[in-house]
Design a protein. Structure first.
Length: 483
């Protein structure tokens, strides 16, 4: 609607595809007056409203709008949860804002005014339950503030079902049965509802009845991408300043790459000695993660600056956008390790301490975990290979089990002492929260009698340990850990 200002006052809809059989995803109030509802095909909707305007909204455009709105709403409360199932629906936590806003009405009015100024149509409900506020906001225009839970429940029960984001087939079937409101839905027996319409319908019933409650899951705001450096002495040489900026730029670009973002504008801020901040925006021709291209712009800008005194502090701040897969691929393929330098360093170690000083672990056949590897001389360093790349999963995480050269004896009481909050690695790592196992490991006629019970132990600090209980020695041992 913001893209087509001439559609104001006309029935309008968002469709999945701009085709006669395209599914209607959203409609405005004018279209609802003609009986157009989400779930209809565009051809059927057009037969109800001959003046219907319709268009597509790409998932990327919708995602960007939700992200921008979430960040904007965080100016009114730090806890904002955008709906994952229904773009455009947001839950906000208004608790603890009494010193900023004298009443819920003032708080909701400030939010409503801000979103209206951006060109959005806003329905806002301040209530006591997640579902009740959601249902009323979907049906009632403007601002609604409830004084008590009873008032909210009464208003929610009167909300028509066609206002909610539910399956069109389920909605139409209930309509044929004369069930048109949430209150009517709650009059049905829950067991028969689940048997006839499935789990989603039963879940809606429980949410509307207040039996299914979920806490707010606010979206964590993105920390600004910036780097700072405070100089010991004032610096006015542009070459040395460029070298310092280069040291800050690489970790800044790495942070953007981890967020799958590219640099749009680099704000270069220089604090001049006995002066103020000098802020310079640098914009590449296109969003990029190319450090060489950005450094060239920084060099040109530094050469053109007339500094009244030396610089005592440098700050780089990034404005970004979503990066393309090609930009991310080129960034990650850049050499992050100098293998030649590593091999030269190892050659010096061998020359000074002998060939046996540089070794690496190799897998061998063995019964016990500590006997399944051996140390062999290392002649040349090679980059580690991720076998998951062969499965077209370059972004998948790899869990590595680190095996101690010799099992470490642990301080612990009798068997199952972990049930009493065993501090396996001391107070720093906390008690064991979860123990998975046992995985029994036994044998011994070819060597000596062995009977171990292996476990994976997760501590409160998040460590994942691999340990075992030796039944013969009646002791706990740490075999290794998982990273």
């Amino acid at each position: 609607m913001r893209r087509h200002s001439d559609w104001a006052g006309h029935p309008a809809a968002v469709v999945a595809e701009d085709k006669p059989q395209g599914l209607v995803l959203w409609v405005n109030e004018k279209a609802r007056q003609f009986g157009v509802l989400p779930g209809l095909r565009y051809a059927a909707a057009f037969s109800l409203a001959s003046g219907l305007r319709a268009g597509e909204v790409s998932p990327a455009e919708s995602k960007k709008a939700v992200t921008d709105l979430s960040h904007g709403l965080m100016r009114f409360t730090p806890e904002v949860e955008p709906s994952a199932q229904e773009p455009g629906v947001f839950w906000l936590n208004g608790a603890g804002l009494e010193r900023l806003y004298t009443s819920p009405q003032q708080w909701s009015y400030a939010i409503h005014k801000d979103l209206r100024a951006q060109g959005f149509t806003v329905n806002l409900a301040v209530g006591f339950t997640r579902f009740g506020a959601y249902a009323v906001a979907k049906a009632k225009e403007g601002i609604t503030v409830f004084a008590n839970p009873i008032e909210e429940r009464r208003a929610a029960h009167a909300v028509p079902l066609n206002r909610l984001n539910i399956e069109p087939e389920f909605r139409d079937t209930l309509f044929k049965l004369g069930i048109k409101t949430i209150g009517g839905l709650l009059s049905l027996p829950p067991g028969g509802l689940r048997e006839r319409f499935g789990k989603e319908a039963h879940r809606l019933y429980r949410m509307a009845g207040g039996d299914l409650w979920t806490p707010l899951e606010p979206q964590a705001p993105d920390e600004p991408v910036l780097q700072k450096y405070i100089l010991d002495d004032a610096e006015d040489d542009t070459t040395r300043l460029l070298f310092l900026i280069k040291q800050l730029l690489h970790p800044l670009l790495a942070t953007l790459a981890r967020r799958h973002q590219a640099l749009v504008t680099l704000w270069l801020s220089l604090l001049v000695d006995h002066g103020g901040w000098l802020k310079e925006p640098l914009r590449p021709a296109a969003p990029t993660l190319d450090a060489a291209q950005i450094l060239d712009l920084v060099r040109l800008r530094l050469e053109s600056l007339q500094l009244a005194a030396g610089v005592i502090e440098i700050e780089l701040r990034a404005e970004s956008c979503a990066a393309t897969s090609e930009q991310l691929r080129l960034f990650t393929e850049g050499p992050t390790r100098d293998l030649d330098a590593a091999n030269r360093a190892l050659a010096r170690l061998r020359a000074e301490f002998g060939d046996d000083a540089v070794v690496c672990a190799k897998l061998t056949d063995g019964h016990l975990p500590e006997a399944r590897f051996a140390w062999e001389p290392l002649s040349q360093v090679k980059l580690p290979r991720n076998d998951l790349n062969d499965l077209n999963c370059p972004t998948a995480k790899v869990l590595v089990r680190r095996v101690a050269a010799k099992p470490l004896r642990l301080a612990g009481g009798p068997y199952h002492s972990h049930e009493d909050g065993w501090l396996i690695l001391g107070p720093k790592h906390g008690t064991i929260d979860k123990l998975t196992g046992p995985y029994v490991f036994a044998g011994g006629w070819w060597n000596r009698e062995i009977q171990r019970e292996y476990y994976f132990a997760e501590t409160r600090a998040g460590d994942l340990l691999w340990l075992y209980y030796d039944r013969i020695r009646r002791r706990w041992f740490l075999q290794g850990w998982v990273e």
